[in-house]
Design a protein around this ligand. Structure first.
Ligand SMILES: [Ca+2]
Ligand SMILES: [Ca+2]
Ligand SMILES: [Ca+2]
Length: 121
């Protein structure tokens, strides 16, 4: 069930990127395209999904538990919880959003500097 959600979310990313591609999505597609023929085959898609699965399966027992699935989100929560009282105040969320916006802006500027990725037809 968890894996199904994961695959669905990856599918959503792939679909949205084909409608409105931006350099970061194109890079992601490029990474998935292991034989560099400009297409993501079923096998390549599966390998990439499996990569993410492996990433989430932190203890490597071949299954992703709810805890493992939530870990990245918990990490993010901890990063946002500035005074470490295990709850997020409006102030902390505001600060986190501000920080994210700033990081996004910086990233966008950096991406603009970089040449467009070359996609083989
Ligand atoms: Ca390919
Ligand atoms: Ca596991
Ligand atoms: Ca807090």
């Amino acid at each position: 069930m968890i894996l199904k959600i994961l695959i669905l979310s990856i599918t959503a990313v792939t679909i949205s990127s084909s409608i409105n591609p931006n350099p970061r999505d194109l890079n992601r597609i490029k990474q998935m395209d292991s034989n560099e023929n400009g297409e993501i085959s079923y096998e390549e898609f599966n390998a990439s999904a499996l990569d993410r699965f492996t990433l989430l399966d932190t203890n490597g027992d071949g299954i992703v538990t709810g805890e493992e699935f939530m870990n990245p989100m918990l990490e993010q929560f901890k990063n946002m919880d500035l005074n470490t009282d295990a709850v997020l105040s409006k102030k902390e969320i505001r600060k986190a959003l501000k920080k994210m916006r700033k990081e996004k802006k910086t990233k966008m500027i950096e991406e603009k500097k970089q040449p467009q990725p070359f996609i083989k037809q």
